[in-house]
Design a protein around this ligand. Sequence first.
Ligand SMILES: [Zn+2]
Length: 407
Amino acid sequence: MADRNEKLLLGLVKKIGNNICADCRSPDPEWASYNIGIFICTRCAGIHRGLGAHISKVKHLKLDRWEDSQVEKVSSIGNLAAAARYELNVPASYRKPMENDPHTLLEQWIRAKYEREEFCHPEKQPPPYMSGFMEGFLMKRGRTDSKYKPRRFKKEPKAVLRISELSISFCPVKMCNQTSFQISYLADLNPTSTSESSKSARNSVGSGGNPATFHLSSVTTRHLYLYHEDPKIAVDWYMAIRCSRLRRMQIAFPAASEEELVRWLPKDFAREGWLWKTGPRPSDSYKKRWFTLDNRKLMYHEDPMDASPKGEIFVGEKGDSFFVKEGRAQGISPAGAGPGGVGGFPFSLGTPQRTFHLSSTSAEDRDAWIKVLQTVIDTPLNPRDNALAARLCRKRASGSMNLFNSR
Ligand SMILES: [Zn+2]
């Protein structure tokens, strides 16, 4: 009988719908929850086990012994019918996690589906999933002292945060915290500010600095590093911000479909890591910088957890003379002289204003950066990108914004 049941199960798991994990959509599930009636991957099976057998009873398709009645149960339900029930009312802005997404997102998705049954009973959903409104305490990293302190947040932290321009990345690796997220937004700086950036800008202007290279922004990107120790509350915040963002976009782009707008919701950073960067002159030295690619904005920082980038590069589309290519342009000094072994795997990122000369410490890293930047360049600008670019260009034209500063 055991052989017969195993054969039946291995036949069932090949069916459309059952051939990908019911929760994270990774291919070829090896486990099943026989009371829920779904096929799942090893990672999700571990989370199901954590829910307790009163919620989900999991077995390995090959290694465990199956009763006839258990096989009949999964056969009578399956992943498609279970999704029709447990995912009936997933809000459009809710991020359904995929195979390699952060553990907290996946665990809360599975708990929301089967433990709290939020999506078959919408009245059980936390109101922020649909209203986008939320308030409460979050732990916020200090801009200068790097200590986390509790801060009270409403949906829009302080008045400076424009939800229509913020991006949010859940659980970036550098934060080393499973319930953290990073919010990045364009902040209008006080023009009377005596910060280092405005001082250096005045100096540059005073000494006849090239307006394309001096560092000045009355608008700059700010990073907020936040967490809540309760994984559910951290995810609720994240989903509330996504919902709020979707609502704003629906007002700004009434002609776009909801499906399209959901695709424009902020994604986790496409790539982050150390690169070496040199200036356009042969005498310029290489500096180690932490690069973050956030949608079409490539930012670089001295430290991964800086409150603001030192520079920001808007990555446009191919037809507008943007390019990325392997190798070093003529006249640019080779990497290798800097402290700690400068990366010897150069590549260039071209923009209409200037070309950025970068270097990785390995061929794999360089190739990964080129690939991810090429994908951005190959993607046509969408109306949201255009709106952002227009805002940035307006700022640049008025001399109060420099997206291509060179520090
Ligand atoms: Zn899975």
